[in-house]
Design a protein around this ligand. Structure first.
Ligand code: ASP
Length: 442
């Protein structure tokens, strides 16, 4: 069985176990299952796995970006990769939210309901746009790395890569070292991914067991429209963009992006999924690292199609519940705000709600309204994060194809990158041991 198949089974099993715990009422507060199984074992295993993925992100992005810049061949291409990916990320996000608003207006979930919410939610004001741009530059590189600020890490790594190019031939040994480190990080991704079946099981069993099923039913209108809009974007818009701009087969793409989607679904974090997305587009789809090392972490931060869709549907839903007329200008503000908010916020769990509060402040909807959808957000976060990473991968493929750095043979090969090699070559092991011993003698 391939790893993907094992993870899929684990996912199904996790959902079933989660449902049994939830519907059987085994998860009552203070019960054994709630304390030791869901809140103990499942929580621990899931959290360890997500932490391990997050551990990979910063060094992986750092080494792969430097290696990408060094490997691009012509540094002027960096500008076109940046411009194309930025343009496509913004475009797909804007289309996503417009689709969502359109669909939500058509179906009108929440109309006739009477807006009262018991849950509380404290909103956040959008930072000024100038801050978003200023914050791309780290004032302290170590703190950027320590806090995992993706845009700052991208900025510094690209600059370092360019500076190494300027150093020229003297930088050759560093380039070799970076390449080796990049390869080593990819192996580390494989090591962490090899325990995914157990972790995905734990993550899903925990998430589903804690799901408010009653809430899901009472908010069925909102949930259904949102899921419909997400699926429409995933299978319609994104696949259309892929086919139109790159000519690549959506069917092959969808089969190869599955790993990243499953990891995004289980972790609800585009950022934590970066290692898997990077692996999927390079090893499975044949995108060259010079493009992927930039577009994937960039997309995880600034591109959130699924989240934007949630903003659109939630705005219409809450406006209906509270009987607020937003009008065309209100909706246009929502589109603009969501696109801008997605640039400045990182792809971590639950960030969509914070973005939503920024949108609400802007269009004058009651922030308490967010309390209404809070209870079902965990599950929806998982679904929209899968759409977010799919968008990142689509744009990565389109840009790579247009830059002529997508290996079609690899893309078409169904087995490419399926097998994870975790073995250590015994001969190489001896050679490296010799190197170390020789060095020690000097
Ligand atoms: N969890 C999402 C992501 O990481 C963001 C969100 O919608 O909350 O992409």
């Amino acid at each position: 069985m391939t790893l993907t198949a094992k993870v899929l089974w684990a996912m199904g099993l996790g959902i079933i176990v989660g449902l049994i715990i939830n519907m059987g009422g085994f998860n009552a507060e203070g019960s054994f299952v709630s304390e030791y199984v869901v809140g103990g074992l499942f929580y621990m295993v899931g959290k360890m796995f997500i932490t391990a993925l997050k551990m990979l992100v910063v060094p992986l992005v750092f080494f792969s970006l430097i290696s990408g810049v060094l490997g691009i061949g012509d540094i002027r291409k960096l500008g076109s990769v940046g411009a194309k990916s930025f343009g496509l990320y913004m475009l797909t996000t804007a289309v996503a939210i417009a689709t969502a608003i359109g669909l939500a207006i058509l179906i009108a979930p929440g109309s006739g309901a009477n807006g009262t919410s018991s849950a509380t939610f404290t909103g956040k004001e959008a930072p000024p746009l100038s801050d978003v741009f200023i914050n791309i530059i780290p004032d302290n590189v170590l703190s950027a790395f320590a806090s995992g600020n993706m845009l700052q890490i991208i900025f510094f790594s690209i600059l370092l890569g360019i500076s190494l190019l300027m150093v020229g031939k003297k930088a050759q040994s560093i380039a070799e070292g970076v390449e080796v480190m990049n390869e080593a990080m990819m192996h580390m991704v494989n090591i962490v991914m090899s325990v995914a079946p157990i972790a995905v099981f734990a993550l899903l069993a925990k998430a589903i067991s804690e799901l408010g099923l009653d809430l899901l039913v009472s908010l069925a209108g909102y949930v259904l429209v949102l899921v419909m809009a997400l699926m429409l974007h995933l299978f319609g818009t994104l696949m259309f963009v892929l086919k139109l701009f790159s000519g690549l087969s959506p069917k092959i793409f969808l089969s190869k992006i599955r790993d990243a989607q499953i990891f995004a679904f289980s972790t609800a974090s585009s950022n934590a999924t970066i290692p898997v997305t990077l692996r999927s587009v390079t090893k499975r789809m044949g995108v060259d690292n010079s493009v992927a090392s930039f577009t994937v972490p960039f997309g995880a931060t600034i591109n959130m199609d699924g989240t934007a869709i949630m903003q659109g549907v939630a705005t219409v839903f809450i406006a209906n519940v509270y009987g607020v007329e937003l009008g065309l200008s209100g909706y246009l503000t929502v589109i603009l705000m969501s696109v801008l908010a997605s640039i400045g916020t990182a792809g971590v769990p639950g960030v969509g709600l914070i973005m939503l509060s920024m949108v609400f402040v802007q269009v004058g909807l009651p922030i308490e309204g967010i309390g209404l959808i809070l209870g079902v957000d965990r599950l929806l976060d998982m679904i929209r994060t899968s759409v977010n990473v799919t968008g990142d991968a689509v744009v990565t493929c389109v840009v790579a194809k247009s830059e002529k750095v997508l290996d079609l043979e690899v893309f078409k090969d169904t087995n490419a990158g399926v097998k994870e090699v975790l073995d250590i070559d015994e001969n190489a092991e001896k050679v490296l041991a010799n190197v170390v011993h020789k060095m020690e003698k000097i």
